[in-house]
Structures are given as C-alpha cells and as structure tokens.
Design a protein around this ligand. Structure first.
Ligand code: ZN
Length: 310
C-alpha cells in the first residue's frame, strides 16, 4: 500500500462560459482566482484556477471554459459531488447567500453525521458545502466572505460508479482506508492527509454512463509532495497493471494521469512548485500566464479570450 498520497490536490471541470464561471467562484463562493492561464493541450481556451490565498493543494478547483459547450449528462463513471469544507454553523449564511445570488434547488441534509448544503454550479455542476469542526486550514477572505464562513478547501469528492469494487481496491492501494459505509455510500479517507482527505463512492448499478460536457468533472487529482514521490506512485501503479502517462509539466505542478476501473480519470500531481512560481502572491491570478510552448500566441489569445472581472 502506498503512503505518498496526501488527499486531493485539485478538481478540474468543464464550463460553458468563462465570465459566469469566474464570477461564481470568486464573487459567490468567495474563492481566490490563483491562476489565469490556458488549457496547455488546447490553448484557445482558458484554464482557470480558484482556491485559497496561494492555491494550496487540496483547495484548488479548476475549470476549462469552452464557449457554447453543451451541458454534460450526469451518470456513472464520473465525480458526482465535489464538497467544500466550511466552519460549523455557517450553512445558514451559505444558504441565504446562494439563494440571493440566484442558486435554485438548494438542499440541506446530513452525510455521515455532517451537516451539508447541496447546490449546483452555473452549468449544473454538483457541489456541496459540509460543516467541519476545527478545520485548521487557512481561508481566503479577500472576496468578502468572512473567516467565520469561508471555505477551507475541499472536504471530499464523491464518485458515482456502477460497481465500487475495483475502484475501492485501487483507492486502498493508493493509501485510503474505508472509514464508514451508510445508505449505499462507502467513505474512504487517507490518514495524515492535507484536509481534503475523503472520497465517497456511491454505487448505482442501474444508471447509465455520464456524458462529459459543461458542468462535468474532467478529472480529480491527488496530491504528492514532490516529483520523487510521484515517480514512486507511478512505478507502483504501473506495477499493478495501470496505464499511466509519462510525467507532464503543468508549470505549477507535475502531473501523471490514469483511467480508473470505474471510468473516472485520476491524476497524481505534485505540491511543487506551486502557483507563486511566476507571480507574486499579492497578484496571483491577475495576469494571463502562458506556458513557454504557447507564449507566441499571446497577442492572439489576449484579443480572443473573454475578458474576466478581477
Ligand atoms: Zn489536473
């Protein structure tokens, strides 16, 4: 069993409209945009990163906004709900705030004894806020959400699968342990993680496969400290038969990707070098940053990418 993985690193989803996406995550959820760059594999669209002050791994929600992309169709083989951690007693504030900003279909419930508020993002993305006592991770309060209410980072991600077996086995191999099982949901957690420690697996044997589109999660990334640990994980996964990509330089982290038995795309990403490698912390996310291979496209992209607030 591996011990290099320390929880989630980031969650990457698809969106339809960049401006709407940007305003939802900054103005409504109060996160900080920590990087404005482009999709390295399709540089005519943005890659937007939102998180805490410095984009600490475990806090980073990222988006590829494709203008006019059709909405995804929820189903199995994908991430169902991405859950953020908020302080105890803050769900009343969030319910009012989301309703005032036009969120419909808010639903309050409990999961594994924790109070939760489920809501949808601008493209129907499945989200929830879960109250966590004493989550010591720092919050970003620069967008007007106070310390008492602000998001601390991810709490968990839930995977919707036709069959839990092989994916649960994989997560256990990756260092996760089953900690609870209720109402058809298996909860796994990684000991000694970064706070974004939990993965829930919902088994839905009779539900059709999801169709990727706006509002769908594209992949989830797990955090390792550095490139050395990443290579250890890669070798171990390949040793058990997984097809893993070579290490890819994403400028702010190094990434490897592999498809899991239940259909969800996993990434393992390094905590190094981080989002402040090419911008001062005080100005993270403000300027359009391009990787070297796309630097020659700057004037075209600055003209054609939609202008974002903030
Ligand atoms: Zn990623």
């Amino acid at each position: 069993m591996l011990d290099q993985i320390k929880g989630l690193h980031h969650v990457t989803s698809m969106a339809g409209n960049a401006r709407t996406n940007n305003s939802f995550f900054t103005d409504t959820l109060g996160l900080r945009r920590v990087k404005k760059t482009v999709n390295f594999d399709a540089p005519d669209v943005y890659h937007l990163y939102y998180g805490d002050e410095i984009g600490t791994p475990g806090s980073v929600m990222t988006y590829f906004p494709f203008p006019h992309m059709a909405k995804g169709r929820p189903g199995t083989g994908e991430v169902g709900t991405t859950v953020f951690s908020v302080p105890e007693g803050s769900l009343g504030f969030w319910g009012e705030r989301l309703a005032a900003k036009g969120s419909l279909e808010l639903k309050t419930d409990e999961a594994f004894g924790e109070k939760r508020l489920q809501f949808f993002g601008p493209d129907g993305d499945g989200f929830a806020l879960s109250e966590v006592r004493d989550d010591a991770r720092p919050s970003w309060t620069g967008n007007g959400v106070s310390e008492d209410h602000a998001i601390r980072g991810f709490h968990s991600a839930s995977l919707r699968l036709r069959d839990e077996g092989a994916t649960a086995e994989l997560l256990k191999f990756m260092g996760y342990q089953e900690v609870d099982r209720r109402d058809g949901v298996v909860r796994l957690a990684v000991p000694g993680g970064n706070g974004a420690d939990v993965i829930d697996i919902e088994t839905m044997p009779n539900i059709a496969s999801a169709h990727l589109g706006a509002g769908s999660v594209h992949h989830i990334a797990f955090a390792v400290e550095n490139r050395e640990k990443q290579l250890e994980v890669r070798k171990a996964l390949m040793g058990t038969g997984y097809q893993v990509t070579p290490v890819i330089d994403r400028d702010y982290f190094w990434a490897i990707y592999f498809r899991t038995p239940g259909g969800v795309l996993f990434e393992v990403a390094t905590n190094e070098p981080g989002f402040d490698r090419d911008e001062d912390t005080a100005h993270l996310g403000e300027a359009l940053k391009l990787p070297d291979q796309h630097a020659h496209l700057r004037s075209y992209l600055e003209e054609h990418l939609e202008k974002l607030e903030g």
